[in-house]
Structure formats: structure tokens, C-alpha cells
Design a protein around this ligand. Structure first.
Ligand code: ZN
Length: 66
């Protein structure tokens, strides 16, 4: 079972146990994290663009539907 450990968190990249004050365990993970955030931002923009396109289609659709 889970034993009681001093306050800790996990590296967001590799899941290694690290002190709460840290977010990532190593420079390697920091770099990976940065590129992950970049990719995530890109994905967000794509999602927003898609949502706008879909919303736009729903708003314009009825005008041409009939
Ligand atoms: Zn790591």
C-alpha cells in the first residue's frame, strides 16, 4: 500500500518523485516540457479555430439552409 512520504510531487514529464518546490526533475525534462507546452499552445489555437469555424457554420447555416 502507499506509504506515508514527505510532501512530494511528480515530474510532469517522466513522473519521477520530486520535492514540492520543483515541477520537473531535470534539464532534459524541462526542455521536453517547454516543447510540450509549445505543442499544446498550437493545439489550443487549432481547437479555437475549429470552434470558430463550427460556430460560424451554425450561425450562417440557417441563412442558407432553406
Ligand atoms: Zn522528469
Amino acid at each position: 500500500m502507499a506509504e506515508k512520504v514527505a510532501q512530494h510531487t511528480h515530474c510532469q514529464i517522466c513522473g519521477k518523485t520530486i520535492p514540492v518546490s520543483e515541477t520537473l526533475c531535470s534539464d532534459e525534462c524541462k526542455q521536453k516540457y517547454r516543447s510540450m507546452i509549445k505543442k499544446r499552445k498550437m493545439l489550443m489555437y487549432i481547437m479555437y479555430a475549429l470552434i470558430f469555424v463550427i460556430l460560424g457554420m451554425f450561425m450562417i447555416g440557417p441563412l442558407f439552409g432553406n
